[in-house]
Design a protein around this ligand. Structure first.
Ligand code: ZN
Length: 560
């Protein structure tokens, strides 16, 4: 009897052990799959552009940016520092994989999978770590209703909310993250000492002050005034997306970049055609808009390092800052394109996509040059066409009239005009005629990159509209036998022109119903779009940057 019991128990134990092992294997496999969605890619920059003093500035900025990584980790989740220490001190394989994903996601929650936890039992709070655990929207609102004089501090981008006994208190970032921000300010002061460009020196000094005073206005203004600077840097609390409870609280981040002299020159050349581009739009004269001016400067850069909010999950390829409306009113905003990050995504994501979806005969026309010039022209095209319009004698804006359809229509317009205007630049002799095939084919492959992010989002929806519209008008042809798509070079030009007319007319007339109809008809997962999309599951979603600067600094010793 005893022997039988022993056998049964041993059997149970073995089953439990095996199932534990299987569970572990399963978890390892899942982590490996999630990590594989981000292809490790070196982000290098042209070190020869920097002299010794400028290199010192970059080094100090890098050290400041590393502090932004730390502060952002603290902002995302209350247990992040504790989890990081645990994973870093563990040596088993499971934990080392968790650590890799943790570093990609800035926390134990998968940003590509609706923030599902891949480590621990925790659930990510909607308000991240900006608010006390368990605080509800109502509680916050009630507090402000009862203490209206505290509303400013509570809704400020730059405070953290905590409990003190039965009360809620708003603590300025400068106080809450004092140790980190003190160190960051010292590094920035150090960078300012080496900076020879006066506008950069001023920005760095004012930003160091802001870390300590919690007032970012003057330094945001100074950022817009950067002039003739090689080093283009932005560092501090900016975007509010991480705060999904209210979108009030700003997350710390940094971009350290170098201005690309050749690309900047090309941009200036494109910019000189703005009036011609507006004249050339395929809409009646009365809809053209010659008073938009250049509201927002565009800069092309090479990224040296990014930190914090912007580095979590999917990598940024361009940003538009600052967000402070007072600064935007006074000086507009600045768009910064990160050329080497674009290049990395082109090589590791766009090329493999092209390989799967395009007719093999057309693959040779997929080029980075075409991809990047379209991105540039997309940005320029946001600035042409209807903006302020008159409806029934009253002045209004396209954005107000098109309401929730606005972003989709505007992104679609920028992509369509991006193509239309590049063809125009070829006619003007800015590019060789052979470039035209490259832009059509490269853009078609790019459609699938955008649609992967979902058509519920403006860029994805805009691209679905273009694909389905051009397919209907035979500018794109789907080959049933090979299950690939190709360009009809005779029909694509008129198709894109017609679509441009359609979009610009909707905007000029503030035609909300027209926008809704266009989206309902074309921003859909059509059969061939789905067929092609389904071949892309093995291609990485994004890159995982391996920064050259980080390797350079590690060699020199991180502790310095
Ligand atoms: Zn855009």
């Amino acid at each position: 009897m005893k022997k039988a019991l022993f056998l049964v128990l041993t059997g149970f134990l073995i089953i439990i052990m095996l199932s534990c092992q299987n569970e572990k294997k399963g978890e390892i496999k899942m982590l490996e799959q999630d990590i594989a969605k981000f292809k490790p890619t070196e982000i290098a920059f042209d070190t020869s552009l920097l002299d010794q003093k400028q290199m010192m500035v970059v080094e100090k900025l890098y050290r400041t940016a590393r502090i932004m990584d730390t502060i952002f980790l603290k902002q995302v989740y209350s247990k992040n520092m504790e989890i990081l220490r645990k994973l870093e001190s563990s040596h088993n394989m499971l934990d080392s994989l968790r650590l890799v994903l943790f570093k990609i996601m800035f926390g134990p929650f998968n940003r590509l999978d609706d923030n599902k936890a891949f480590y621990g039992e925790g659930k990510k709070p909607l308000g991240a770590n900006f608010y006390p655990a368990g605080m509800t929207k109502e509680e916050f609102q009630n507090w402000i209703d009862k203490h209206p004089q505290e509303k400013g501090a509570f809704t400020s981008e730059y405070t953290v909310i905590r409990r003190q006994g039965d009360s809620l208190v708003a603590i300025p970032y400068s106080q809450f993250y004092r140790d980190d921000l003190d160190r960051a300010a010292r590094y920035l002061q150090g960078a300012a000492e080496y900076a020879e460009n006066e506008s950069l020196k001023k920005y760095l000094q004012l930003r160091a002050d802001a870390f300590l005073s919690n007032d970012y206005y003057a330094s945001d203004m100074a950022w817009m005034d950067l002039k003739n600077n090689l080093i283009e840097v932005v560092i501090g609390p900016y975007e509010v997306y991480e705060d999904k409870l209210f979108n009030y609280k700003a997350s710390f981040e940094a971009f350290i970049t170098l201005r690309d002299p050749k690309e900047s020159e090309k941009l200036a050349r494109f910019g000189s055609y703005l009036v011609d581009i507006e004249k050339n739009l395929p809409i009646p004269e009365k809809f053209k808009n010659f008073n938009r001016g250049s509201e927002s400067p565009i800069v092309v850069t090479q990224e040296i390092f990014s930190a914090g909010d912007t580095k979590a999950g999917v990598q940024t390829i361009a940003f538009n800052l600052p967000n402070d409306e007072r600064v935007r009113q006074a000086k507009g905003s600045k768009k910064v394109l990160l050329k080497n990050v674009n290049e990395a995504k082109f090589k590791n994501i766009l090329m493999p996509i092209a390989d799967k979806v395009l007719d093999p005969d057309e693959l040779k026309y997929v080029t980075f040059n075409a991809f990047f010039n379209h991105t540039l022209m997309h940005e320029i095209s946001h600035g042409v066409g209807p903006g302020i319009i008159t409806i029934k004698g009253e002045e209004t804006t396209v954005q107000k009239e098109l309401k929730e359809t606005y972003s989709t229509i505007e992104e679609c317009k920028a992509d369509v005009l991006g193509m239309y205007n590049l063809v125009f630049m070829i006619k003007k002799g800015e590019f060789a005629p052979s470039f035209e095939r490259e832009i059509w084919v490269t853009f078609l492959a790019g459609i699938f990159r955008s649609v992967r992010f979902g058509i519920s989002e403006a860029h994805g929806a805009g691209n679905a509209i273009i694909y389905n519209y051009c397919l209907e008008n035979e500018g794109y042809e789907f080959d049933k036998a090979t299950q690939k798509v190709r360009i009809n070079f005779d029909k694509i030009v008129p198709a894109i022109k017609d679509l441009a007319t359609l979009l610009l007319t909707i905007q000029a007339e503030g035609n909300y119903k027209g926008a809704k109809n266009l989206i309902a008809k074309y921003a859909v997962e059509s059969t061939t779009l789905n067929t092609l999309n389904s071949t892309l599951t093995d291609i990485p979603v994004d890159i995982r940057p391996i920064f050259q600067i980080q390797q350079m600094m590690t060699v020199q010793g991180e502790k310095r």
